[in-house]
Design a binder for this molecule. Sequence first.
Ligand SMILES: Cc1ncc(COP(=O)(O)O)c(C=O)c1O
Length: 420
Amino acid sequence: MFLRTKFDLRAELNLIKESGLYKDERIILSDQKANILVSYPAGAEAKEVLNFCSNNYLGLANHPYIIESAIKTIEKYGFGLASVRFICGTQDIHKILEEKISCFYQTDDTILYSSCYDANTGLFESILGKDDVIITDSLNHASIINGIRLCKARRLIYEHSDMNSLEHQLQLAREGRDIWEHTGLAHEPVPAKNILIVTDGVFSMDGDIAKLREIIDLANIYDAMVMVDDSHATGFFGATGRGSLEYCNVLGEVDIITSTLGKAMGGASGGFTTGKREIIEMLRQRSRPYLFSNTLAPVIVGASIAVFELLEKSNDLRNKLMENTKYFREKMTSLGFDIIESIHPIVPILFRKFNNDAQLAQLFAKELYDEGIYVVGFSYPVVPKGQARIRVQISAAHEKEHLDKCIAAFEKVGKKFNVI
Ligand SMILES: Cc1ncc(COP(=O)(O)O)c(C=O)c1O
């Protein structure tokens, strides 16, 4: 009988609503771009607003060349494959895209997934077991956390981007003192067999970049492997878009990279894991989202190959994105907004100086929407308590007049709420 569960779920949903954390969806009536047509609340008259909260970093979500490539791929390869990869779901284009990604990141081999969420949840349990230790940054993405939960390896957490904390965890794992001292499950130290350090390349809520050089140096000292999720960097960050690894000058030194095709790379969907040959080979044998979930649709594969081709030809979109980001960050800082310093197009506008930060972030975002700017307020538990924010995301699709309109709206609302 559903009745009992219905009662419980209703009560919990009401709690979510009362705490202001209920997520309702705004209905977009256009394609994804800088100026979108939105109905909000759902069913309300459509309104044109400027989108400052999408992961469409390079503006490729509606790029004519990508759309044309998608249409051509559908015409040649059809819409669906109705199979997982290893039964009858691998076309030549899947192999071409995997090869392209390996070349791009200078790795041995690549495996495609339906999403980076799947890549992360299918990774750890496929290659590590109970004698191993995973050391993970405290702010890593939910899909990494869930992937680690599925794995029998011991889990140690280091303070966000704190290299002393990481080194301490590495020492515990190497000497096997973690399980001995902290769990009481062993009578003597049990040194880890394999150690994997896991980090986001760019942290999605703060826009800060992992200290990859230092992480790799520590990994080398303690004989550990390194895995980086580069979802918020692939295609646009670093001199030629090879992400946080290129930015930190560590290309070729990271054992495992996961990332998404669902953000800068056209924004449809899809993910991948790229890295050492034996790891990728084992994922093809063991990774459950790969073995038990459908292959990536041909249309996304064909269009994603076109994205890589486009990015190989020109740096124009990347340069425009970085110029837009610099302009926006400078203007907002000089207006007096509290911004986490970085050069990344994720620009969090913080309300940490105010007691009612969570409420303020929501109200501020709503007022901005009335001014024609679409952004979202984030508060606890999505971000730590007292650190509510509006996360602005800059795109190469933004023109200068879009940025100026957004900055002017922030200034107007900021003054109204005494934030600046
Ligand atoms: C760091 C990180 N990893 C993984 C994902 C999941 O990517 P996908 O949408 O391809 O599942 C996201 C998306 O929000 C992300 O920010």
